[in-house]
Design a protein around this ligand. Structure first.
Ligand SMILES: [Zn+2]
Length: 158
């Protein structure tokens, strides 16, 4: 059972996956497709963690009138070091969907989806909940801002 041993020692390989989403700008009616993450693996893509803490992730800009628009999408945050997979859903959905019951229904779906993978899973609604529950809260946000500021001074982008 060498394979089994290997599997328990190594975190499951759930790679970062990107997709595209059709966007429409209500004021000027322009449509375009924007890149979105379906899953981020923060070991291979550590900047995703920074993008969540700074809330710069999943924003796009209308190519015509340049207005920034938020991309509302569902994605998975995966941290192999903690064997943690969190599905991040839009914040408004929690209230619109019926609160706790909605949470447990989505949670059970996710448990089922990853039942054969050795990770613990959870569902959060909005970046704030992810930050508070799993990313270290306001202290981590502050640290991310400082790191981003230092990078900006060095002339590097995110
Ligand atoms: Zn526009």
């Amino acid at each position: 059972m060498a394979d089994h041993h290997e599997r328990t020692m190594t975190a499951p390989d759930l790679p970062t996956e990107f997709s595209e989403i059709e966007m429409r700008c209500p004021p000027c009616n322009t449509t375009w497709s924007a890149p979105v993450a379906r899953r981020v693996n923060v070991r291979t893509h550590p900047d995703a963690r920074l993008g969540i803490l700074l809330k710069t992730m999943h924003w796009t800009r209308c190519p015509l009138c340049k207005q920034p628009r938020q991309i509302e999408t569902i994605f998975e945050y995966y941290d192999p070091d903690q064997r943690l997979l969190v599905q991040v859903r839009p914040e408004w959905e929690y209230h619109a969907g019926g609160g706790e019951e909605w949470y447990w229904a989505r949670y059970e779906d996710l448990v089922l989806k990853y039942q054969d993978v050795d990770v613990r899973v959870d569902v959060v609604f909005g970046f704030d909940q992810l930050i508070e529950k799993y990313l270290g809260g306001q202290a981590a946000v502050q640290e991310a801002r400082e790191r981003w500021e230092a990078r900006r001074r060095r002339g590097e982008g995110l």
